[in-house]
Design a protein around this ligand. Structure first.
Ligand code: GLV
Length: 314
């Protein structure tokens, strides 16, 4: 009898049909509440997950693979109670194209001042402003993983000058300058629009704060599609209220959904999208196909695709 397949996600019900289709000969168990997860974790060998509850891994004696649904693994790692031999894998690259399209949409919207025009319409005002232009605009990409590289290519093709940061900087044919993460301020000083695409790790947590806003150009804008925990949200609010930066669009927040009473909802020149950037119509099917491949690999004793370096955290 083949091992069962387990899944945990807030939208567990939506996982049942595609998981059953991918694993027709196995038992499939989908959970969404912590109590069921905690009670059943001892049976789990292969787990497909988004946002699993922390603190239960010490009971996971049969666990072989944790497959994170998306690119981020910050909802699992670091995990001191997780056995070292458990493979943690993500779906790095899966959303690189759709997410870089989303990023480019927001960058162009900011350059062309679309949010300002939409805000004016909401007040029934004919408020004119000069749109920017791509030629002469520098896009700063913090984090040159799969999504950052896809965005760099699209933006450069449109005529943006692109600068970037990378933990270990490597020259990139279409990026004007790649800075080490330790030289982020130099990249910020050159950028008209900054896009955050970093993983959330111990190193990047709260790494974008007052000093980084101060390093940005006065008329620059910021897009965060990475993780809320990377940005100091009170420094963000100060930068918006004091007009230290010209505006920002955030898809991710320290607490999601963004609480109804968060001052960010009504911060000046600030626009919110609901952690939507990485989505695309058949995301679950694609992610589950990759999971099935990794289950087969682990069962054959082969390395999983997109295995996470647990020490590095991504
Ligand atoms: C989404 O946020 C992901 O981590 O892919």
């Amino acid at each position: 009898m083949s091992s069962p397949i387990h899944a945990f996600a807030p939208f567990a019900a939506a996982l049942e049909a595609p998981l059953r289709a991918a694993f027709p000969d196995r038992k499939v168990v989908c959970w969404r509440d912590e109590a069921a997860f905690a009670a059943g974790i001892g049976e789990v060998e292969y787990l497909f997950t988004l946002g699993p509850p922390r603190g239960h891994w010490s009971g996971a004696s049969r666990l072989r693979l944790i497959q994170c649904l998306g690119a981020g693994v910050d909802d699992v790692l670091p995990a001191a109670d997780l056995r070292e031999d458990v493979v943690v894998a993500n779906n790095r690259g899966m959303a690189a194209e759709p997410m870089s399209e989303f990023a480019l949409t927001l960058v162009l919207a900011l350059v062309k001042r679309l949010p300002f025009f939409v805000a004016a319409q909401q007040e029934r005002e004919w408020r004119r402003a000069l749109p920017g232009r791509v030629a002469g605009t520098t896009l700063g990409i913090l984090g040159m993983g799969a999504i950052g590289q896809a965005l760099a290519e699209k933006a450069a093709a449109l005529g943006f000058r692109v600068v970037a940061t990378q933990r270990t900087p490597k020259p990139h044919p279409i990026v004007d300058q790649v800075f080490a993460s330790t030289a982020t301020h130099e990249a910020l000083a050159q950028s008209d629009v900054v896009v955050l695409l970093l993983p959330l790790t111990d190193e990047t947590a709260m790494s974008f704060g007052a000093a980084e806003f101060a390093a940005m150009k006065a008329d620059a804008t910021l897009v965060n599609l990475a993780r809320g925990g990377i940005v100091d949200e009170s420094a963000l609010l100060d930068a918006l209220v004091s007009e230290q930066i010209a505006g920002a669009i955030f898809d991710v927040f320290a607490q999601e959904p963004l609480p109804g009473d968060s001052p960010l909802w009504s911060a000046p020149n600030f626009w919110v999208t609901p952690h939507a950037a990485g989505g695309f119509p058949d995301l679950l099917e694609v992610a589950i196909t990759r999971f099935a491949d990794n289950v087969a690999r682990v069962e054959r004793g082969e390395p999983a695709h997109n295995q996470i370096d647990r020490a590095r955290g991504y």
